[in-house]
Design a protein around this ligand. Structure first.
Ligand code: LLP
Length: 428
């Protein structure tokens, strides 16, 4: 579902005019649609209705307290990767007993905090980590629930920086060593083996790597259930979204005619692909979606400051930079750019859309054919709800942008724009 569309010549989020938001709260600004987030969560939940399952929303995608609260109220669990994310979940009213804790480098302080809060499972990435959790739990007089993350050595066919399930990636326990890891961990006194986890990568646009991974790892899950009585199998996150709206609005006949790799992956197709094998296991199935839930639920608004005509090309300089949205610079990520004021005719020109930062990589699009939006106008970078604000920084001593949540015709600031004083508040 998309809640960003033109009404009366202006781009809206649900029933709120984004031009009004830009005028009232300034730019750059992140704007999220509450109903899109809920719709995505509910669609995923419904697609899995026939099996015992739990959605563990991947907090790293968008960790604003209001986003977490919305999902907590729907009954979502949370996949966290730091003590900080656990703190956020608790502050937002989330249930630690529904939290899984991922990551290759958990510290003592984080393990202690998670044990105190009683999380559902540590998703452990090495035997060394299991041994350390055993020590810490023992000191605290607790038994830590753990699952190993297995690295299934499956090619996710995504950008190399967000591929995680190949043997050369740092994640998980090698498929060849995983049974021995369970065997040794079963001897540890202060840990309890309760599950198995995997996550092969992010922004997967085809269902086949998911099916390949599930088929490869399911026999292992069955064996671990029989041997150690594990209760869950987490198949991770990674469901990709459509960053190019031309694909999203394409006609069904067009969609059906495409090769699998070229068409958007729907959640129904994903569920139909993985469910048959998972059903046989009789285990609780966990999913850790991040981008699927929030990616298309957010845009970043930015204003055009200058138009600069060079001999090679035209540059539109906007007031957001790579510090606000780093995905184009880091992963060559594509974020569709649309003017908030609907273009009257076809006045596309070739341009680079660039930010104010002192880096050549500070661009949102290069050599793009886009409507010739004027200086002073506001544009929206679509599909910025995931890994947008959470990856923003203060580089060039730029304040972090404001975040706004829209619900119907209401818009609320859910995080204030940083002030200049905020920028130096922690410095001594
Ligand atoms: N579970 C684990 C263990 C993960 O490492 C991740 C993402 C997820 C779940 C959620 O994946 P998702 O459903 O969102 O694909 N910053 C990058 C993406 C990094 C993903 C890291 N791990 C980007 O902007 O594309």
């Amino acid at each position: 579902m998309h809640s960003f569309e033109y009404k009366n010549g202006s781009l809206h989020c649900e029933d709120v005019n984004l031009q009004d938001i830009a005028e009232q709260y300034g730019t750059p600004a992140y704007v999220y649609s509450a109903n899109t987030i809920l719709d995505h969560y509910r669609r995923l939940d419904a697609a899995l209705a026939e099996i015992d399952h739990c959605v563990e929303y991947a907090v790293k995608a968008n960790s604003n307290l209001s986003v977490l609260r919305l999902l907590a109220e729907e009954g979502s669990g949370f996949d966290i990767v730091s003590g900080g994310e656990l703190f956020r979940v608790i502050k937002a009213g989330g249930d630690p007993k529904k939290c899984t804790f991922a990551g290759v480098g958990k510290t003592r302080a984080e393990i202690e905090y998670a044990l105190e809060q009683g999380i559902y499972s540590f998703n452990v990435e090495s035997e060394e980590e299991a041994a350390f959790i055993n020590v810490v739990a023992g000191e605290m007089g607790k038994v830590a629930p753990i699952a190993f993350r297995v690295n299934p050595n499956v090619d996710a066919k995504t950008h190399k920086y967000i591929s995680t399930g190949k043997s050369e990636n740092k994640f998980g326990v090698d498929f060849a060593y995983i049974e021995a890891a369970y065997e040794r961990a079963s001897q540890l006194e202060n840990v309890k083996l309760i599950g198995l986890q995997m996550h092969i990568g992010s922004q997967l646009t085809s269902v086949s790597p998911f099916i390949e991974a599930v088929e490869k790892v399911s026999p292992l899950a069955a064996k671990l259930k029989a041997t150690y009585g594990i209760e869950f199998f987490s198949i991770g996150g990674g469901v990709g979204i459509v960053y190019d709206p031309a694909l999203e609005s394409a006609k069904p006949e067009w969609w059906a005619a495409q090769e699998e790799e070229q068409r958007p992956l729907t959640i129904e197709e994903y569920a139909a692909g993985v469910l048959p094998k998972l059903k046989e296991l009789g285990l609780k199935i966990l999913l850790e979606p991040g981008r699927y839930i929030v990616g298309n639920a957010g845009v970043m608004l930015t204003q055009c400051l200058y138009e600069k005509k060079g001999s090679a090309k035209t540059f539109k300089v906007v007031d957001a930079g790579m510090n606000d949205l780093i995905r184009p610079a880091l992963y060559e990520g594509h974020h569709e750019i649309v003017p908030v004021a609907q273009p009257a005719g076809d006045d596309n020109i070739k341009m680079d859309v660039v930010g104010p930062i002192c880096e050549t990589g500070d661009f949102f699009m290069q050599n793009a054919e886009l409507p010739n939006f004027p200086v002073g106008s506001v544009i929206a970078l679509l599909s910025s709800g995931a890994y947008g604000f959470t990856m923003a920084s203060n580089y060039n001593t730029r304040p972090m942008p404001v975040e706004i949540m829209v619900d119907g015709d209401q818009a609320k600031v859910i995080r204030k724009r940083q002030s200049l004083d905020d920028l130096i508040a922690a410095e001594l």
